[in-house]
Design a protein around this ligand. Structure first.
Ligand SMILES: Nc1nc2c(c(=O)[nH]1)N[C@H]1C(S)=C(S)[C@@H](COP(=O)(O)OP(=O)(O)OC[C@H]3O[C@@H](n4cnc5c(=O)[nH]c(N)nc54)[C@H](O)[C@@H]3O)O[C@H]1N2
Ligand SMILES: Nc1nc2c(c(=O)[nH]1)N[C@H]1C(S)=C(S)[C@@H](COP(=O)(O)OP(=O)(O)OC[C@H]3O[C@@H](n4cnc5c(=O)[nH]c(N)nc54)[C@H](O)[C@@H]3O)O[C@H]1N2
Ligand SMILES: [Mo]
Length: 672
């Protein structure tokens, strides 16, 4: 029997799935052909969901630590014992040290609105520290917001009508593969495909043009293109006059970045910048797909804000097929009946999740005494792992981990609670790559003794004596409540189809900028008064900020972009995918390898002041001189020396959005 479901991984595609169940077990997963965006195909990873659900390494009972911290020695206990112990420890910690010494840590292991947000009310009621969930998107969002305003950007589907697609810092074939057929439709009709990425990704290999700028130089590159557009009169003056503010200031700024200067900052040929700018200015309907890559830099918001000026200059939003995409998506937006922010005591302290290493080792007044981790694997995904691990090793820290697998983080737990997989629970899925909403009910009951997040938090709430209604609401009731919200994107949608678990189109225009911009001026802001008031440069600016801890000391840039066969650290639990992925590697240009006598496949030590890890060298011209690329994330515990690439990344925050500058690290490398 085939049952419908939704892929819940943190990916812009949020695929429609069909899941085959035989004798109570999931035996196959394939794409749902009825899904209007994902259209019946799935990525390599999702084909392995049967092995994700039924896997001999899956944690199926609560566990308690039975050996030294971090040793991975655990013994099974009953749910009653586990919940009593966790609730008891929460009460004890809150009473002895204050509730802010409890820190929930979560991110996006599961993207459904209910299970992902299931712990918020609980921690609000407790008065625990709040976690700022900024590890991924906010710098990109802030940059876009400054120029184009908040809200959804251009629908990717409309790119099928473009005649020039620029994929800017996104590895579409790896991280957003369902956008590809729309791009290919355009290419079939004659569109040119350009990629801007520091290394030759799978996607770059398919492009007509590939510019390989050094990381963190996108604003200079975009300004170089603007200089050409303005000088060659390829801008749309009527559109600018009616729909933007600040053009004169921008023009003065762009004049400072002729392509030769931009080229020297970015490390790309000036002719390449000029050529791309001319193509962009002359295209009938140019379309840009930005990923998050340019934003994972210390000046990441500025980079995104600057790129977002390009479509404004040429009036791309007027044209069918033109525009710019970062994220999309709409309602339901009001989740307060589940998250209950009103239960949170005023002025409760906030801890930025990027700075977990600091929070566990340096934060005082008060320190963190109890870490409650779910839907995240910080020992692998958070920056500066050495500090994170040092914190997790603290004897006086009590760590609870909800997980399906023995991740690097789970190894440090005092108590592990077995989580159900997404195919075993009810949830509702919004999406950040297309405009369809969908719900999914369990395909099979929870395997073993595992439980969905909502059920775990409700059981804990009972033990804590919390009596608010939220601690008794079930998933179907919550979803019905969410869907009653009077949100413009929910108006007119087909509720009946939604209840039958069909993907329903939200009420979002394919070109949301046609009707104006959601900025303070209502226009595209080439000059941002909002940024000016915050003491930031109001205009796009091409200054580069490299890793301050490595400047003058370490000569190589390191980026750690997504791996084709993993999703952040997820899917490492599947032996077959691990085998296909091979050993954790680092790409190095032959010139850099030669200087250091590094041979193909040899084990190398990559290091900086923050830490070190051991990777296998892949000597290749797919990266450029001066740039190392370690696609990830492999589980550190399965990597030589037990250390992963996040040993090298820093906790420094981006210019806006307080995001992690994951792709901004200076390092050195040597033969091991
Ligand atoms: N297979 C797979 N799919 C995934 C993920 C995964 O890990 N694996 N992760 C998921 C998640 S959580 C997210 S947020 C998205 C992210 O999806 P993407 O936007 O594709 O990923 P990013 O890490 O942001 O990096 C995108 C590209 O930017 C490049 N890049 C790095 N620095 C710079 C720079 O300074 N300028 C420019 N122009 N490019 C730069 C990188 O080399 C990379 O190819 O993908 C999701 N999908
Ligand atoms: N160096 C470097 N580091 C990065 C990035 C990078 O590009 N480079 N990318 C960053 C990005 S974009 C992001 S978004 C973050 C992602 O950070 P995370 O969201 O922490 O990423 P995952 O590795 O997917 O870990 C999620 C964990 O949740 C578990 N899980 C899945 N479903 C459930 C559930 O229903 N309940 C519970 N309790 N657990 C569940 C999974 O087994 C998995 O171990 O990582 C960041 N880290
Ligand atoms: Mo992400």
């Amino acid at each position: 029997m085939w049952k419908p479901s939704v892929c819940t991984k943190d990916c812009p595609d949020t695929c429609g799935l069909l899941v085959k169940v035989e004798n109570g077990k999931i035996t196959r997963v394939k794409g749902d052909p009825d899904h209007p965006f994902t259209r019946g195909f799935i990525c390599k990873k999702a084909g392995y969901f049967p092995e994700h659900v039924h896997n001999e390494d899956r944690i199926l009972t609560p566990l308690k630590r039975s050996g030294p911290k971090g040793s991975g020695q655990f013994s099974p206990i009953s749910w009653d014992e586990a919940l009593d112990r966790v609730a008891g420890k929460l009460k004890e910690t809150a009473e002895a040290h204050g509730p802010e010494t409890v820190l929930p840590y979560l991110y996006a292991g599961h993207m459904g609105l209910i299970q992902r947000n299931a712990g918020h009310a609980f921690f609000h009621k407790l008065g625990a520290s709040r976690l700022l969930g900024t590890i991924c998107g906010p710098a990109a969002a802030a940059g876009f917001q400054a120029t184009l305003g908040s809200g959804p950007s251009t629908d990717i589907e409309s790119a099928a009508d473009s005649d020039l697609i620029i994929i800017w810092g996104n590895n579409t074939l790896t991280t957003n593969v369902h956008a590809w057929p729309f791009f290919k439709q355009a290419v079939k009709k004659g569109a040119r495909l350009a990629v801007i990425d520091p290394y030759r990704t799978r996607t770059a290999k398919e492009a007509d043009t590939h510019l390989m700028p050094m990381p963190g130089t996108d604003a200079a590159l975009a300004l170089g293109m603007m200089q050409v557009l303005i000088e060659e009169s390829l801008i749309d003056r009527d559109y600018l006059a009616g729909n933007s503010v600040g053009f004169d200031g921008l023009a003065r700024r762009a004049a400072q970045y002729p392509p030769e200067k931009a080229a020297s900052i970015c490390g790309v040929p000036a002719a390449g910048i000029r050529d791309l700018a001319l193509a962009y200015g002359r295209a009938r309907a140019p379309f840009i797909r930005t990923g998050w890559g340019p934003a994972r830099q210390l000046r990441g918001a500025m980079a995104m804000r600057t790129i977002a000026c390009l479509p404004v200059l040429v009036g791309a939003f007027k044209k069918q097929g033109g525009g710019i995409t970062r994220g999309v998506g709409g309602g339901p937006a009001d989740l307060t009946r589940l998250t209950r922010p009103d239960l949170c005591p005023k002025d409760t302290r906030a801890v930025n999740m990027v700075e977990l290493g600091n929070a566990l080792t340096r934060l005082d007044g008060p320190p963190v005494k109890l870490l409650y981790n779910y839907m995240s694997n910080p020992a692998a995904v958070a920056p500066q792992s050495a500090l994170v691990n040092q914190g997790l090793m603290r004897e006086d820290l009590f760590t609870v981990v909800h997980e399906l697998y023995m991740t690097d983080t789970a190894l440090y737990a005092d108590i592990i609670l077995p989580g159900a997989s997404f195919l075993e629970m009810t949830d509702i899925y919004r999406c950040y790559g297309h405009n369809y909403l969908r719900m999914a009910r369990p395909v099979i009951p929870p395997v073993g003794e595992s439980r969905p997040n909502l059920s775990i938090f409700q059981a804990l709430a009972g033990r804590m004596g919390y009596e608010e209604e939220v601690f008794n609401l079930d998933e179907e009731t919550l979803i019905r409540g969410f869907m009653e919200e009077d949100h413009p994107t929910l108006r007119g949608i087909d509720h009946d189809a939604f209840n039958r678990e069909k993907a329903v189109r939200l009420n979002i225009a394919a070109n949301p900028y046609a009707g104006g911009f959601n900025t303070p001026s209502g226009k595209a802001e080439l000059l941002s008064k909002t940024w000016e008031k915050q003491g930031l440069d109001p205009l796009p600016c091409g200054k580069v900020q490299r890793d301050p801890d490595g400047k003058g000391k370490y000569g190589l840039e390191l980026i750690t972009p997504p791996h084709h066969l993993f999703l952040n650290s997820a899917f490492n639990e599947i032996p077959e995918l691990r085998k296909l992925a091979g050993r954790a590697g680092v790409m190095i240009h032959p010139d850099d390898a030669l200087k250091r006598s590094i041979d193909q496949d040899s084990l190398v030590r990559v290091f900086n002041d923050r830490g070190e890890c051991r990777l296998h060298a892949e000597v290749t011209r797919d990266t450029r001189p001066g740039l190392l690329v370690a696609e990830g994330l492999h589980w550190p515990r399965l990597t030589p020396g037990g250390k992963g690439a996040n040993q090298l990344t820093s906790q420094r925050l981006t210019d806006q959005g307080e995001t992690c500058a994951f792709h901004c690290s200076l390092v050195e490398v040597e033969k091991d």
